[in-house]
Structure formats: C-alpha cells, structure tokens
Write a new protein. Structure first.
Ligand SMILES: [Zn+2]
Length: 146
C-alpha cells in the first residue's frame, strides 16, 4: 500500500487546529503535531484511528498504524479505523541523499550512492564527482539516472 492508497482507504481527517499543517491534501493539512493541542486531540481519538508518522530505519519515512513514540514526527487520524490485530506500514518517502560538497539532494532508496562514496571517504555525489571518482566508487553506470 502506498500513501495515496492509504489516504483513499482510511480517509485521514484534516487538522482543524493548525491551518498550515503538513501533508496538504487539497482541503488542508492532515498531519498533527506531537505537542500541544494537536497531540491532545490525537490522544482523544479511538486508538484504532490513530497513525504515527516517522522515520524508518532505512532513512525513508513511514506511516504506521497505532500510537507510538519512537522516531515519531507527527500523527494522523483517520475516518476509517485500522482493522484489529493488523499492523500496517505505509511508505511515504524514500531516504534522501544530501551532498555536503555541492548541496545536491536526490532520492537514494537503497543508500547505494551514500555507501559508494562513504566507502572511499569522498564527500561528493554523482553531480559533483569527477569521472575518475565516479569510476572509483563504481557508479559510472548509475550516473545517467541521477
Ligand atoms: Zn555533490
């Protein structure tokens, strides 16, 4: 299930507290913050309608069914409850590679780019590395895709 399918299926409600909430679905932002009135509102909902948004171990971001605290960035509340005894994980984004050298940013889903340059202690990316460096780290075939 991807993020759009999740929205279609579980119908996240719009955050009525913060008019500038994240994840604008066209009618308003659907993310609730982890503090203040917003988290109090989240806590008052049925547990099976609460979803957590946060960073996954792979650097991507995810929505998980249920209430939690680890790595959480925000919460969603849905109209439709998560089914009982089911844990749902929805990928929202892939991890991003940020280049310290040239400030380029791009998706690096499997950390291939990061790992390749790390291994050779190069703080570079395919955007700013020389052809020799690209060849050194073994990304010459991937350069065209970036
Ligand atoms: Zn770079």
């Amino acid at each position: 299930m991807d993020f759009d399918e999740w929205c279609d299926t579980y119908k996240p409600i719009v955050n009525h507290i913060d008019k500038n909430a994240s994840f604008d679905n066209g009618e308003g932002g659907i993310m609730f913050e982890t503090y203040g009135d917003e988290v109090e509102f989240v806590k008052a909902q049925d547990a099976n309608k609460i979803w957590m948004y946060g960073d996954g171990d792979d650097g991507g971001s995810y929505i998980w069914s249920g209430w939690g605290f680890v790595n959480r960035l925000g919460y969603f509340i849905t109209d439709k409850p998560c089914p009982d005894n089911v844990t749902i994980q929805v990928r929202v984004s892939y991890n991003w590679f940020y280049c310290e050298n040239c400030s380029a940013e791009f998706e690096d889903p499997d950390n291939i780019i990061r790992d390749a340059f790390d291994e050779h202690d190069l703080e570079k990316c395919p955007e700013c590395a020389t052809l020799e460096e690209i060849t050194l780290v073994g990304l010459e075939n991937k350069n065209a895709n970036v």
